[in-house]
Design a binder for this molecule. Structure first.
Ligand code: N01
Length: 544
């Protein structure tokens, strides 16, 4: 029998890798975690750009696995900023003594299935062998630096939001350019504008962004959550997107569906007159978009909603030309990941902020001193790339992963990723992905998905030990059926509208096949599907 260094190697020490380590170590397994950064935290370790914060309430974007932890930890804001979340990750790593099994500053280069287990090689020259290999590499961990002409000739400083230097970047008194207006750009722009001498935003696609409504977390709200955490966490696990819907100001015990008063059906925006929908906007503001039931189902309805959205921009942004540039058109609301902001549009009323529309004036080249577009050259000292990530598959693609018979995962996924339940790939025995393509991951409060996947894998490995099994792999048929299901539930949603481009579809990366990658069916439904697979004796997997 082969002697292996470890039972399991885990790649990545973000929230997924840390919890996976804890569970497997508690189960008595020999585990080693390999992490490229110098510390734990994953996303929250790398994304230190000004304004970086979570857009999920921290009381729900936190681990549920340890009641003492969730009772003792105090959050200061409803949606915490990056430094506080990183502190939390560090605290967890210390509290559960995780660091002793994590090797930092180590990037995995290859993972090869041989002799019934995995051999993992790193850039530090390590060679580790293990029975199982778990990729906790994150969905948004490989930053995308587009191939901008002339970028190398720029004599100022270039920083990517997803790789923001630990020591920070001094923006005071500087002329700053930001390229990109997704979640990262929209968070960074208002904060950079407060410090920089001048900020120019280079925008390719105008964004739909909703107010985050972040605020300090009230003591009574935190207390109410903690008193009801059992119920809150249960609700999160069986919800659509990993949110409990708990109202801490009216913390009633949940009622049976039958006892709830029946709500009248929501109206359709297509049935309204312009005056009626404007009156609705006056009354409900951004909640208007949840008031009409057809907005996210019907492209014509969606277009009416986007008209309201553009009228809102015109009302907030003082300069009509700037307002016009900021108005999204030609793609539906709800097709990309919803962006949340604090004072985004107000920022464009500042005298030190300008916007250049790259649709109107395409980027010609980066020069030694700035950015040249059809509208002329803008000189900048610092260029911030808020240009996103090679999402979901990027981190796995960067590792040379070889399964049975030397087959490369890159080749298997050449036409788009395929994975059974987003957890395992046919041809790659004993390899797991946490929040992989085909799982709800990025469409959910991701910690809820992470905890589910980790626990599911842990229980599977326990089952295998109990039954003397050493190998698991999905069948090609199960993988295909799941892929079909993932596509079916995404069809007809705004996510896959023909006019939609998004990183969910891979369309932000040149040459990446257009395929909607996450599972839109909801975390509750996904959990039920995973439970059913287990109840049917790990249906769709071959165990030996
Ligand atoms: O990346 P993005 P992100 N020339 O891909 C532009 C999570 N997140 O880092 O739309 C010019 O959304 C690109 O333009 P276009 C969250 O899940 C969460 O902002 O491709 N522009 C777009 O404007 C989020 O969805 C939080 O035309 C170029 C921008 O760069 C995900 O991470 C905070 C370009 C990229 O937007 C990714 O967000 C931050 C080019 N060559 C991130 N290439 C919170 O929790 C790209 N762009 C709040």
């Amino acid at each position: 029998m082969t002697t292996r260094d470890f039972d399991t190697v885990i790649v990545g020490a973000g929230f997924a890798g840390m919890y996976m380590l804890k569970r497997l170590r508690d189960a008595g397994l020999r585990v080693r975690v390999l992490e490229a950064g110098t510390d734990v935290g994953g996303t929250w370790y790398w994304n230190r750009y000004p304004g970086a914060r979570c857009d999920v309430p921290s009381m729900e974007y936190s681990y549920s696995f340890d009641d003492d932890l969730q009772q003792e930890w105090e959050w200061s804001e409803v949606m915490s900023a990056q430094p506080e979340i990183l502190d939390y990750a560090r605290h967890v790593s210390e509290r559960f003594d995780l660091r002793r099994d994590i090797q930092f500053e180590t990037r995995v280069e290859t993972a090869v299935y041989e002799d019934g287990g995995w051999t993992v090689r790193t850039d530090a020259g390590d060679r580790l062998t293990s029975r199982f290999c778990i990729m906790a590499t994150g969905c948004l961990s490989v930053s995308n630096t587009p191939d901008l002409p002339g970028l190398d000739s720029f004599e100022g400083r270039v920083v990517h939001t997803g790789r923001w230097p630990k020591e920070g970047v001094d923006l005071a008194g500087k002329r700053v350019g930001v390229i990109g207006t997704g979640s990262s750009g929209v968070q960074a722009i208002p904060v950079i504008a407060e410090t920089a001498a001048h900020l120019t935003v280079f925008q390719r696609t105008p964004v739909y962004t909703f107010p985050a409504n972040n605020r300090p977390l009230r003591e009574d709200v935190q207390t109410a959550y903690k008193e009801h955490y059992g119920e809150v966490r249960q609700r999160q696990r069986h919800s659509v997107a990993g949110f409990s819907g708990f109202n801490p100001l009216r913390p009633q015990p949940s009622k049976d569906q039958a006892e709830r008063p029946k709500r009248p059906p929501r109206p359709e925006i297509l049935e309204t007159t312009p005056d009626e929908r404007r009156a609705m906007w006056e009354e409900r503001g951004f909640r208007t978009f949840d008031t009409y039931r057809d907005i996210y189902r019907d492209l014509d309805a969606n277009e009416l909603a986007t008209e309201l959205y553009r009228e809102h921009i015109a009302a907030v942004v003082e300069d009509s030309g700037t307002a016009e540039r900021l108005m999204p058109r030609g793609y539906p609301l709800g097709c990309k990941r919803q962006v949340l902001d604090t004072d985004y549009y107000d920022t464009f009323n500042r005298p030190n902020v300008d916007i250049v529309s790259l649709q109107e004036h395409p980027l010609e080249t980066i020069t030694a001193s700035g950015v040249r577009t059809g509208a002329g050259e803008v000189e900048v000292d610092i260029l911030v790339l808020a240009t996103g990530f090679d999402a979901m598959t990027g981190a796995l693609d960067r590792i040379d992963i070889r399964g049975r018979d030397g087959r490369a995962l890159r080749d298997k996924w050449a036409d788009g990723p395929r994975a059974y339940l987003g957890l395992q790939m046919e041809g790659f025995p004993n390899l797991f992905t946490i929040t992989g393509p085909g799982s709800p991951s990025v469409l959910s409060n991701v910690i809820v998905s992470i905890e589910h996947h980790v626990e599911w894998i842990d229980e599977l490995l326990e089952h295998m030990r109990d039954h003397g099994l050493s190998t698991i792999e999905p069948t090609a048929e199960a993988e295909e059926d799941w892929g079909r299901h993932v596509n079916e539930v995404a069809d007809g949603t705004m996510y896959t509208a023909p006019t939609c481009s998004s990183w969910y579809l891979g369309s932000n990366i040149e040459g990446k096949p257009r395929q909607f990658m996450p599972y839109v069916g909801g975390v509750g439904r996904y959990r039920a599907a995973c439970d059913e697979v287990v109840a049917n004796g790990y249906e769709g997997f071959v165990l030996s």
